[in-house]
Design a protein around this ligand. Sequence first.
Ligand code: ATP
Length: 244
Amino acid sequence: MTPMLSVSNLEVVYDDVVPALRGLSITVPSGAIVALLGANGAGKTTLLRAVTGLLVPHRGKITKGAVRLAGTDVTGADAAFIVRNGIAQVMEGRRIFAEITVEENLKAGAYSRRNRGEIRESYVRVLDLFPVLATRRKAIAGYLSGGEQQMLAIGRALMAAPKLLLLDEPSLGLAPRLVEQVRDIITHINRQGTSVLLVEQNAVMALSVAGSGYVLETGKVVKEGESAALLADEDIREFYLGAS
Ligand code: ATP
């Protein structure tokens, strides 16, 4: 079966000198949740930017390799094309539009879609998934709590009806109870048919929800496997869990 996302032998260079990704290959099978782990500077954000067409022009450049989305080559394509082809991303730091309402933020997530009926259906589904957003529909997004803003960021991405959802550190800065909630929501979204690539520093959270994962170091995959095997891996336990 054609994978939802296939990144093969990808090399990305910043400022024509620094290779941030050095021949990186990962696969997100259709219907899967895949975790991407790695320390600061390992290349996780660069990978997401390369996949979503958000490398800064004239700075970050794909110099080798390919990105395929459900079999379509999207290497170096622009972000609008990639969104139309079914990828949505929740960026690190909950980049919602702070000045407008929750409802307006959600509707903005559907900007690439035309069918009003389908947009309406997604809207109802998102409010169902996040009751807290339903009660705060008319609130200015900037006044929501950190956890609520994270839910809004995820809800807005879902409004694009993506086939593949990329999440960049969704648990960052959230209280443990909210981390659990985010994890449940990821599972729920996945069960409804969306594949997920989950970038996390929180290895336990990521590997408890993903079926498999990759560990990046200096722009390359250094470990990959089923989540259970990665969770049992001594290096990973030591590095991420402070255990040996
Ligand atoms: P973090 O968890 O800190 O976000 P990361 O794993 O996402 O880290 P990247 O941000 O992708 O890592 O960084 C990979 C490498 O590319 C690092 O060496 C970083 O310094 C470099 N880099 C990232 N963005 C740029 C940029 N805009 N210009 C130049 N170098 C960059």
